[in-house]
Ligand binder design. Structure first.
Ligand code: FMN
Length: 241
């Protein structure tokens, strides 16, 4: 009789231990993401989920941001206020998007990467217009002269370019066809003469269907480029990187 009681008792013990250990596994599985993925600043449960999935929290300080840009400073001719694509900073002539890229870096950190082509673009306005027009008419893919060395180490790619002929400049097509940004977040910015982004954000999405494209990109009129600092500061802050 005592033997039977001992068997029943040990069976009950084994069953309750199994139940306990199952519970712990369950707890660990639900707790793990919040303790490993989420830094202190992560929004509380119930906050906007899409924010978490589009821009990786706490990554700015991890140095995983790349600021890639294409920009053609018009070194000849009129100044920015009169409509040319250039800004002069400390005596250095910069393209409009080049300048905005530098401001973004000041705010967000990260590495700057200039998209350059083997064939140089004309430095004055009318020849540049003609050159770009022909490239677009030919649906050209200009060969790139600069390469990203370590794409794997970047999760967030700011991508800047001028609006050319209501489209992406053709070197951006080469760039977006050459690299695979699947799973990465692309944050577009542009400077323009009045057209804003046109349909370039949709174009980026078509060329990189598996990347996360932030549609709330930064669009700055070329006339406002020299005074863009506060707009850039505000926009970057709103991205919650
Ligand atoms: C070839 C070419 C085509 C352009 N086409 C447009 C256009 O369709 N719409 C627009 O708003 N601005 C257009 N612009 C103006 C540029 O978008 C603007 O000057 C921009 O700030 C240049 O940037 P960047 O200095 O970084 O190259 C064009 C400029 C060039 C040179």
């Amino acid at each position: 009789m005592r033997k039977l009681a001992a068997i029943i008792l040990s069976s009950v013990l084994v069953l309750s231990l199994t139940a306990c250990s199952n519970n712990r596994q369950g707890e660990t599985a639900t707790q793990a993401p919040s303790s490993t993925d989420a830094p202190a600043s992560t929004p509380a449960a119930g906050d906007n989920e899409s924010e978490e999935s589009t821009v990786t929290e706490g990554t700015a300080s991890d140095g995983n941001i790349l600021i890639a840009y294409f920009s053609v400073p018009e070194t000849d001719g009129v100044d920015t206020v009169a409509g040319a694509s250039r800004v002069v900073v400390d005596g250095e002539v910069l393209g409009n998007n080049q300048y905005i890229a530098q401001l973004i870096q000041q705010e967000a950190g990260g590495d700057l990467f200039r998209i350059e082509t083997v064939q140089e673009y004309p430095g004055s306005h009318d020849p540049l217009l003609e050159f770009a027009y022909n490239e677009r008419a030919e649906d050209a893919r200009p060969e790139l002269a600069t390469q990203i060395e370590n794409l794997d180490s970047y999760d967030v790619i700011f991508l800047g370019y001028p609006n050319w002929n209501a489209d992406l400049p053709m070197p951006l097509y080469t760039f977006l066809e050459e690299y695979d940004f699947s799973g990465k977040t692309i944050i577009p910015f542009t400077t323009h003469g009045g057209s804003g982004f046109s349909r370039t954000i949709q174009r980026i999405q078509e060329l990189q269907p598996d990347a996360i494209i932030i549609e709330d990109g930064l669009s700055i009129s070329r006339n406002s480029v020299p005074d863009a600092q506060s707009d850039v500061t505000e926009w970057v802050a709103g991205l919650n990187l």
